[in-house]
Design a protein. Structure first.
Length: 169
């Protein structure tokens, strides 16, 4: 075999190896993300491509959980879900997955619409809470803002979702 053929063969092998490695790396990065049209399940959970995704570090009221304002009862979980639908609109959602799933086998992730964190938006607008047990107070300043300004559920009488679940589930 001529020297030129050997060089071409080696170059071809190098290019094939390069493309295999590059393809593997780009696909493994894609495994950390999920992207698509979201269906709102409740105030802190969505579905994308059939996968349930729970927003990490926040907690929203349960659907049957009641809140009170001026003597009237409201299902604060439904109010929270409606806010989430409003935030997402018709936009596609991109989620960055955490390593582990929750006890219900849902993906745990932080999700974004047009580059903005849905979790920050939900907490800052007062429709979800910083779940300090899991967030390490990542959303505490946004919760303080909502509380101080009586936004969303903060203008009502309510019970934190984790306390409500403890009593009712």
């Amino acid at each position: 075999m001529s020297l030129m053929k050997k060089r071409n063969l080696n170059l071809s092998n190098i290019l094939i190896i390069f493309f295999i490695i590059n393809f593997s790396i780009s696909n493994s990065e894609d495994l950390n993300f999920i992207y698509g049209k979201a269906i709102v399940t409740d105030g802190d959970t969505i579905k994308i491509n059939g996968e349930k995704i729970r927003f990490g570090g926040i907690d929203a009221p349960e659907k049957k959980q009641l809140c009170y304002l001026n003597g009237k009862k409201f299902f604060c979980g439904i109010i929270s879900s409606q806010k989430l639908k409003e935030i997402i609109g018709k936009n596609k959602v991109k989620c960055i997955k955490e390593k582990n799933r929750d006890r219900y086998r849902r993906i745990i992730a932080e999700c974004f619409v047009n580059g903005d964190s849905i979790s920050i938006n939900m907490v800052k607008s007062g429709y979800a809470f910083d779940y300090a047990k899991y967030s390490k107070k990542k959303y505490a300043k946004y919760q303080e803002y909502a509380k101080k300004n009586k936004l969303g559920i903060w203008k009502m009488k309510f019970e934190y979702p984790w306390l409500w679940r403890k009593k009712n589930k």
